[in-house]
Design a protein around this ligand. Structure first.
Ligand SMILES: Cc1cc2nc3c(=O)[nH]c(=O)nc-3n(C[C@H](O)[C@H](O)[C@H](O)COP(=O)(O)OP(=O)(O)OC[C@H]3O[C@@H](n4cnc5c(N)ncnc54)[C@H](O)[C@@H]3O)c2cc1C
Length: 486
């Protein structure tokens, strides 16, 4: 298999970014190696390994505009032992390994750019243990967010991290995912306590414990959280859970300017109002949602708040203070919803953001990108990004988990606009870096954002390469993602 340069990689050079890392590698395993590996894996897994074109195609991409790249083989293990055996086969034949969760990542994370063996984790979908006393659970890595939610029904417990898509817990750990609730409940970094990991040579290690804190040595758990499958395959995850809040209230309000909305967020956080979610939508996003979801929201910068508390009076008090703050910043039409149905209706609108943006231009491809900046620079960053977008030839919308300084831009691209969109994405990252931010708050690096890491990390990128070489000296684990060794 040979891969051409992805169509959306710009040729021009941008100051400070590492263009070397734009190149796609072409070396992939040859046919006799693939046939031998298939025979070995067949005796281990039976019909749970395949070289069928349709299955390989299904595993050749995530949910992004990046060019697909097919693995040579796809395996469906159902135990840690089987994952270990598969990795040993990959070592025997020098074939890359690409772990695959639900394939919802956005930066070419699961694209098998060097072919190899894709390990689809979704048959490892058992919830192994739930503890109400300790508020934790251990699950196999292929458990999806919604499977976990189902298992927690009637326990009074919940797992709050919701990246929007029905991702797997292993994929979420591997991208250090987060979502609307990170402002209160944290990201996967704060919510993973321990892991079982298969290393590049097939050894199985256990990192962390169920203890809430530990000073015992290097923090390997959080080395694998966010490693995007480049250091090992996660097979089990021990997660923190939270008690379901007794009372919840949700409000939506429109603000005169982005600055007014963001200042309300900053003050709400500074006052410790117990905000569980604060989501921002710019006026174009609101207009897109009005069209797509048949709403009649005021088409201005908008905040969607959610408060959690141990009683209705606690939540009501937070809501009252938030309303006061919002009005001081010129908010109008603040509408509160405390019924589950009303809340669901408002959040559904937020979750429709991707589809509403795509509907702005039927048949378009949506480029979704995210950056994160210190919250004090957030309004400035959003305003500059909006001005930039307004001068371009495609519609773009902005939504954000603004309590964390994180926002997403969704661009609805017609054919032939990918270079213009890439140049925009470069400028967005450059802007975020200049403000002390990061090129991605939660989507991760994959191969799409590798080019920004040198500018972001400088010498520290070499330390990342040293870690990668130590754990995966043959560069077989999801090669070509996060850091390059060659
Ligand atoms: C509409 C939409 C909205 C989104 N919104 C958000 C959002 O708000 N926040 C957010 O964080 N993300 C968001 N995402 C991105 C995506 O859902 C997350 O990145 C998610 O964590 C990916 O999980 P997955 O199971 O689909 O992993 P995959 O896409 O299958 O894999 C992601 C990466 O993890 C690796 N991996 C997967 N499983 C394992 C494993 N068991 N061991 C080792 N490595 C593994 C893969 O090799 C790959 O590098 C969104 C995506 C979509 C389509």
């Amino acid at each position: 298999m040979s891969l051409s340069r992805p169509k959306h990689f710009p040729e021009r050079s941008m100051r400070g970014y590492d263009l070397h890392h734009l190149e796609m590698p072409t070396a992939t395993p040859n046919q006799s190696v693939i046939a031998s590996a298939l025979a070995d894996l067949g005796s281990l897994l039976g019909d749970r390994v395949t070289a069928a074109e349709a299955v390989r195609e299904h595993h050749s991409h995530g949910e992004s505009t990046h060019v697909p790249a097919l693995p040579d083989l796809v395996c469906f293990p159902n135990s840690t032992k089987e994952v270990s055996e598969i990795v040993r086969v990959s070592a025997r034949y020098g074939m890359p390994v690409v772990p695959f969760g639900a394939g919802t990542s956005l930066e070419g994370h699961v694209h098998a750019t060097r072919g190899g063996i894709c390990i689809d984790m979704r048959q490892m979908n058992r919830v192994l243990r739930v503890s109400s006393a300790d508020l934790d659970a251990t699950v196999e890595a292929g458990v999806s967010r919604m499977q976990l939610a189902k298992a927690l029904e009637n326990t009074g417990l919940t797992f709050f991290i919701d990246p929007g898509a029905d991702a797997t817990i292993g994929g979420m750990a591997s991208t250090r995912a987060s979502g609307t609730t990170a402002v209160r409940y944290g990201t996967m970094r704060e919510n993973v306590l321990a892991l079982t990991v298969v290393l590049a040579d097939g050894r199985v290690i256990h990192t962390g414990t169920r203890a809430r804190k530990s000073s015992a040595g290097y923090d390997l758990t959080h080395l694998f959280v966010g490693a995007e499958g480049t250091l090992g395959v996660i097979t089990e995850v021990t997660l923190r859970l939270h008690a379901l809040p007794e009372a919840v209230a949700v409000a939506i309000g429109a603000f005169p300017t982005v600055q007014d909305a963001v200042e309300t967020v900053i003050e709400a956080i500074q006052l410790g109002l117990g905000v569980a979610r604060i989501e921002f939508m710019d006026d174009r996003m609101v207009a897109a949602l009005n069209r797509y979801s048949h709403l009649d929201l005021t088409e201005r910068p908008t905040l969607l708040f959610e408060f959690h508390g141990i009683s209705r009076s606690v939540v009501d008090e937070s809501a009252r203070l938030a309303e006061q703050l919002a009005r001081e910043h010129g908010a109008s039409g603040l509408a509160w919803e405390s019924s589950p149905e009303g809340r669901e209706r408002l959040w559904q609108a937020r979750h429709d953001a991707y589809y509403a943006s795509r509907a702005l231009r039927p048949g378009s491809e949506v480029l979704t990108t995210d950056v994160c900046v210190p919250i004090s620079r957030l309004a400035e960053c959003i305003v500059a990004t909006r001005t930039d977008l307004d001068g371009l030839g495609f519609p773009g919308t902005i939504v954000g988990h603004v309590g964390d300084g994180n926002f997403h831009v969704l661009c609805a691209l017609a054919q032939g606009q990918s270079e213009e969109a890439d140049a925009f994405a470069y400028r967005l990252v450059e802007r975020a870096h200049a403000m002390g931010g990061t090129c991605t708050g939660e989507h991760g690096v994959g191969y799409g954002k590798k080019k920004y890491l040198l500018a972001e990390h400088g010498e520290a990128l070499d330390t990342m390469r040293t870690i990668k070489r130590a754990l995966d000296p043959e560069n077989r684990m999801n090669p070509g993602k996060v850091v390059d060794l060659d």
